[in-house]
Design a protein around this ligand. Structure first.
Ligand SMILES: *[C@@H]1O[C@H](CO)[C@@H](O)[C@H](O)[C@H]1NC(C)=O
Ligand SMILES: *[C@@H]1O[C@H](CO)[C@@H](O)[C@H](O)[C@H]1NC(C)=O
Ligand SMILES: *[C@@H]1O[C@H](CO)[C@@H](O)[C@H](O)[C@H]1NC(C)=O
Length: 421
C-alpha cells in the first residue's frame, strides 16, 4: 500500500489524498478524478471526516508549494472541495495520520500558517453519555514480534511518565492534565493515575506477520487466555496496548493509519476490552508514522527546498519508537475519553469518530499547523522534544481541550500553559 504512494511520488504526480469512507457512499463509489494535470487518487479503504477532508486539501496546498506546481491552492482546492462536499456522505476518521490538522482553509489559501492551533470554528466536540476511563488506568502491553529491551524501556517510561509528578515542566503529566478535564455524566474526571500493568510477549508472531483488525482481537484473546501468565481481564480500567514490531504489517498501516483504538468484541474475545494498536513504522513507513523524525518521500526534495526540511533528531535515539510515542499518546488520550466509542467525539458517525487527539494531529507546540510542528524545544544533543518524562524527553502531539476550545499542551506559550504546569 505504501509502495503505491511512493510510486506516484517518484513520478511527481500531484496527489490529493482523498480519503473516502468505505461505508456506502450513495449510488456509485467515487472514481479517481482527473483535472487537467492533476491526478486525484482516492483510497476507498480510508475513512474520512469533513474535517480530515479539509486537511487533505490543505495538505495538497503544501504539496503544490513544495513542488512549485503552477496550480495555486485556491484555484484547485476550492472546486474539488466543493465537489467532494456535495458528492460524499462523509464520515469521520478513525485512525491516526500525522498530517496536521487545520480548519481555516482561507488562512492556508493565503499561505498563512503562522498561528495555528486548531480553531473552534468547525469543531463540535460533544459528549455522547457513554463511560470514560475515570478509575485508575492500568495499561497491559502486548509486545508482538521482536522488541529489544531498550525499545521496551522507552515505551514503559513514557507510560510511567503520565502520572509522574516529579518531571520538570513542560511534562508528560502536564500533557495528560488536558485529558483529565474530560468527565462522564456523573462528573467523574478521567483518571489522573495511569500505571503499567502486566505485559505479554508474543515473540513468535502467533498470528503471523500480517494482521487484520479482526486478527488483532485474536492476538488479544490469546494474551488473556494464555496458559502461562495470561493478561488479567479488566474491562473497567484496563487499557490493552498491542505494539507490533517493525516487521509486522497491520491492515491499513502506513496508508491511512499509524495506530487505532477500539474495543474487543465479546463474540471474539469473550469480553469488551478497550484496546489500542500501534505499530513500529521504522521499516515500513517512518516518513509517514514517525514524522517528523523522518520525512515522507515527497518532502525529500529532488531539488533542495528552501524551507529546511530536515527530519528532527529523535529524543531517545530510535526513530521508530520515538515516533510511536506520540501515536501511543494519541490513542491513550482517545481511549480514556472515548473507550467504547460512545463518549467524547466530534462528527456524526459513532463508528468513525473524530476524537480529542485527531483534532490536533501534527501540532506539537504553539503556532503549530500546516506542515509546521509549532514551537518545540531543543535538547542539548540537538534532539527535538516538547515534554519531559521520567529520565527522558518526548515529542508528543497536543490534544483538544474542550474547556479552551483549541489544541493545547504543556509547552504552550500562551495563557493555557498555566493550566498545564
Ligand atoms: C482564517 O484566516 C484568515 C486569513 O489569515 C483570517 O482573516 C481569518 O480571520 C481566519 N479565520 C479564523 C476563524 O481564524
Ligand atoms: C489509584 O491510584 C492512586 C495513586 O497511585 C492510589 O492512591 C489509589 O489508592 C488508587 N485507587 C485504587 C482504587 O486503586
Ligand atoms: C474535572 O473536569 C472539570 C470539567 O472539565 C474541570 O473543571 C476540573 O478541573 C477537572 N478536574 C481535574 C482534577 O482535572
Amino acid at each position: 500500500m505504501h509502495e503505491k504512494i511512493s510510486n506516484h511520488m517518484t513520478t511527481t504526480t500531484i496527489i490529493i489524498f482523498i480519503n473516502v469512507n468505505d461505508a456506502p457512499l450513495g449510488p456509485t463509489p467515487l472514481p479517481s478524478l482527473h483535472f487537467k494535470n492533476l491526478t486525484v487518487l482516492h483510497y476507498p479503504q480510508i475513512n474520512v471526516s469533513l474535517h480530515t477532508l479539509k486537511l487533505d486539501v490543505l495538505y495538497f496546498g503544501a504539496l503544490c508549494s513544495l513542488t512549485s506546481h503552477p496550480f495555486t491552492m485556491f484555484s484547485t482546492a476550492v472546486p474539488i472541495f466543493t465537489l467532494l462536499s456535495l458528492s460524499l456522505l462523509l464520515a469521520p476518521v478513525q485512525g491516526w495520520r500525522p498530517w496536521p490538522a487545520s480548519s481555516n482553509i482561507t488562512a492556508y489559501a493565503l499561505g498563512d500558517s503562522k498561528k495555528y492551533e486548531g480553531s473552534s470554528e468547525f469543531v463540535k466536540l460533544r459528549y455522547h453519555m457513554g463511560p470514560v476511563m475515570s478509575t485508575n488506568i492500568t495499561v497491559h502491553t502486548i509486545w508482538y514480534g521482536t522488541w529489544s529491551p531498550s525499545q521496551k524501556k522507552i515505551i514503559r517510561e513514557f507510560i510511567n511518565s503520565i502520572s509522574a509528578t516529579s518531571s520538570p515542566h513542560p511534562s508528560v503529566s502536564g500533557w495528560w492534565r488536558t485529558v483529565q478535564l474530560y468527565t462522564d455524566q456523573t462528573g467523574a474526571n478521567i483518571s489522573r493515575t495511569v500505571k503499567l500493568g502486566e505485559e505479554k510477549n508474543d515473540r513468535f508472531y502467533s498470528h503471523g506477520k500480517s494482521l487484520t483488525r479482526l486478527s488483532i482481537q485474536s492476538v488479544i484473546r490469546s494474551a488473556i487466555t494464555a496458559s502461562t501468565r495470561p493478561l488479567p481481564i479488566n474491562p473497567r480500567s484496563g487499557l490493552y496496548l498491542l505494539l507490533t514490531s517493525h516487521d509486522v504489517y497491520v491492515q491499513d498501516f502506513c496508508t491511512s493509519v499509524c495506530g487505532f483504538h477500539y474495543f474487543t468484541f465479546p463474540s471474539l474475545v469473550g469480553y469488551t476490552l478497550p484496546y489500542a494498536w500501534v505499530g513500529n513504522s521504522a521499516k515500513l513507513c517512518p516518513g509517514y508514522c514517525a514524522y517528523p523524525f523522518a520525512l515522507p518521500a515527497m518532502f525529500v526534495p529532488p531539488s533542495p527546498s528552501p524551507n529546511n526540511r530536515k527530519p528532527f533528531k529523535s529524543p531517545n535515539g530510535d526513530v521508530g519508537v520515538d515516533g510511536m510515542i506520540s501515536v501511543i499518546a494519541h490513542e491513550m488520550a482517545e481511549l480514556a475519553t472515548n473507550p467504547l466509542a460512545n463518549a467524547w467525539y466530534a462528527g456524526q458517525d459513532p463508528s468513525f469518530p473524530v476524537e480529542i487527539a485527531d483534532l490536533c494531529e501534527g501540532i506539537y507546540g504553539t503556532g503549530g499547523g500546516g506542515s509546521y510542528t509549532g514551537q518545540v524545544l531543543d535538547a542539548r544533543d540537538g534532539a527535538t522534544y516538547n515534554m519531559n518524562g521520567i529520565r527522558r524527553k518526548f515529542l508528543v502531539q497536543w490534544v483538544w481541550s474542550h474547556v479552551l476550545n483549541y489544541c493545547t499542551g504543556p509547552n504552550a506559550l500562551d495563557h493555557s500553559s498555566s493550566l498545564n504546569h
